[in-house]
Design a protein around this ligand. Structure first.
Ligand SMILES: [Zn+2]
Length: 128
């Protein structure tokens, strides 16, 4: 390896360093758009950042608590579609791949997001 000090790649698979991608969002920066929030939430699942997941969940649909599955390893995210559906609403379609107990799986969902007070929130989604 020629670059031993290279910054770790972001788990969301953007190809950017974590510090230049989802990292700032996880410590309070506002997501530029719903797709960026979606990536940062996937990344939070991968890193086990429950507080971030709850904080970016819209209050009307947010669960009281969130249990992240043990032994589930997230392998990658593909954002298939990002569509602004109004001035403060958007949908993001994605596929997330994971491995659990030696078996590979995938989740595909069309997620709804709204923007309030300049920040995007996850509302809910239709699992495909
Ligand atoms: Zn990222």
């Amino acid at each position: 390896m020629k670059r031993p000090a290279a910054a770790p790649a972001c788990p969301c698979g953007s190809g950017r360093a974590y510090a230049d991608c989802c990292g700032p969002l996880h410590v309070g920066a506002a997501a530029a758009d719903a797709a960026a929030l979606m990536r940062s939430r996937y990344c939070a699942y991968a890193l086990g950042l429950v507080d971030y997941l709850l904080a970016t969940w819209h209050p009307t649909t947010r669960p009281l608590d969130l249990d992240l599955a043990d032994g589930l390893k997230w392998l990658g995210l593909s954002v298939l579609r990002h569509e602004q559906t109004g001035p403060d609403s958007a949908v993001v379609e994605f596929v997330a791949r994971y491995k659990s107990g030696g078996r590979a799986g995938r989740i595909s969902e069309v997620s709804r997001f709204v923007r309030e007070g300049g920040r995007w929130y996850y509302v809910d989604g239709d699992v495909g």
